[in-house]
Design a protein. Structure first.
Length: 301
């Protein structure tokens, strides 16, 4: 087994935040497994810095249980490459929730854009080439994760919103990525614009987010209910009385239009356009009157 030259690996807060949160039940199962079998899988350490990049939960539990860990050292040129590796590693897992998967797809897209140094698509100075490259990136990441490019870009907005909210309180990211979090991606994106009080109760907003807070859940349910009521469109009332006279007047204006053109331009009376318009108008008027007569007579019966 390869041991770390740095002793115990160093925990980096940014790298640790990329890990999806584990429920208490999952942590308990992992703890029991470690006590029975020991830490059988190697923890991954960034060779050049001694930072832990894979196995944070196992590392902490092994420290608590006084169990030995073994490490695999991997070389990376910079932090961005490490983050890309960590994100790809997480997306390869099968136990991600839909929310966690969306977050990592968005992170993958944002890292690819950062790597290429391209500006945001909403920037007015973005060139056509930048836009095409961004579309190609979304298509490539979408194919890799079996989603469409629109989903990739939407997930990127969600990821940015989660990261922005987490600047106020690091616990927010863990709570949002919790599988029991009862809010949509749109709720999170909106909250990043309007404030975390759209997602968390007054107490959590003031003193820090509490995991699985019932007051927060109830707040999100109330906001969701109000939103659905505001989004509901009342069906227009149907007036079964058709105002034939309004359309008769409009039709008369159109018919007179042809004659007015001929009055101003008498020579046009001989034109093919004038003759065809008059012919079509007469046929249309005849059909319109016949339709009117049939419907009004059937209503009287």
């Amino acid at each position: 087994m390869i041991r770390s030259a740095f002793g115990d690996p160093i925990i980096d807060s940014e790298f640790e935040s990329l890990l999806p949160p584990m429920s208490l039940e999952s942590l308990s199962r992992l703890s029991s497994k470690l006590q029975k079998e020991g830490c059988r899988e190697k923890l991954i350490v960034w060779k050049e810095t001694g930072l832990l990049i894979e196995g944070h939960h196992r590392f902490k539990l092994c420290k608590e249980l006084n169990l030995q860990c073994d490490y695999e050292m991997m070389s990376f040129p910079d932090r961005d490459t490490v983050i890309e590796w960590m994100v790809n590693n997480q997306l390869a897992r099968r136990n991600l929730s839909d929310t966690q998967r969306a977050y990592f797809i968005g992170k993958q897209y944002l890292q690819a854009k950062k790597r290429s140094g391209r500006p945001d698509a909403n920037d007015n100075n973005v060139s056509t080439v930048d836009t095409l490259e961004e579309t190609n990136t979304a298509n490539r990441i979408g194919l890799k994760n079996k989603v469409g490019p629109t989903t990739v870009r939407r997930d990127a907005k969600f990821t940015s919103a989660v990261d922005d909210l987490s600047k106020e309180d690091p616990a927010i990211r863990e709570e949002i990525l919790n599988s029991e979090f009862n809010a949509t991606k749109k709720d999170v994106i909106d909250a990043a614009k309007t404030g975390i009080n759209q997602l968390f109760c007054k107490r959590c907003t003031r003193v820090g987010v509490v995991k699985n807070c019932e007051a927060c859940k109830q707040l999100r349910e109330r906001i969701k209910g109000k939103s659905s009521q505001n989004d509901r469109v009342d069906k227009p009332k149907i007036d079964n009385t058709f105002r034939w006279e309004q359309y008769d007047k409009a039709l008369g204006v159109v018919v007179r239009g042809c004659n007015d053109v001929a009055l101003i331009h008498p020579e046009e009376r001989k034109s093919e356009e004038y003759k065809e318009c008059i012919r079509l108008m007469r046929e249309y008027v005849k059909l319109w009157k016949g339709w009117h007569k049939r419907l009004t007579s059937s209503q009287k019966q």
